[in-house]
Design a protein around this ligand. Sequence first.
Ligand code: HEC
Length: 193
Amino acid sequence: MLVLSKSSSRLKVIACSLASAGILIACNTATTEPATPPIPFKAVATLQDIMTAIIDPNIDFVWNSVSSVSTASGTEERQPQTDEDWRLLRQHASSVAEAANLLLIEDRPIAAANAVTSSGGAELTPAAIKTLIAEHRQEYLQRAQGLQTAAQGLLLAIEAKNVEELEKAGGEVEQACEQCHSQFWYPGDARPK
Ligand code: HEC
């Protein structure tokens, strides 16, 4: 029986599923919904904001979840144990994985007008970073994708509650950060890492 619904899109779904079940019904998706222009992404934060406010604090939580902490009474080995530990880790790892998408948005300013992107002297200025990214945009996008892929490795390890895999994926994420930074933030930096 065809249930009549007020929603035209709902009706369309029912009609189309009947069609796919082998019943011939004209299924014209173009006429049911008025064409709406796509809403473009709007970059609000600078790239520097995304690094310092989203990516860095979230990945630090993940990296620090497996660690050796020296205290007065000796060394304490830390690793996620309870379901709650893993749940929190997942929140932080998903933030990093999704934040990688933010790096794909075009026309994002590198940093605020008065901001400094150099701490040791080898790092480029915001203007130089901008030019470099514009000249090698495809590679830049691939670096962002590399971060996402590595962060997805974290999610798999977290899903499996596997500390060893978590550490391994954490190392891969670190490499993904470094691959982008050494190309677009401090290219040609000869200092020991
Ligand atoms: C696709 C490129 C890309 C990836 C991937 C990337 N970054 Fe960055 N990051 C940059 C660029 C470009 C800068 C320089 C601009 C700036 O200083 O914010 C930067 C700067 C930074 C800064 C310095 C911010 C400041 O105070 O100026 C931190 C911290 C940082 N990144 C952390 C990370 C971490 C941690 C990761 C990996 C989890 C990462 N980034 C992955 C491009 C990237």
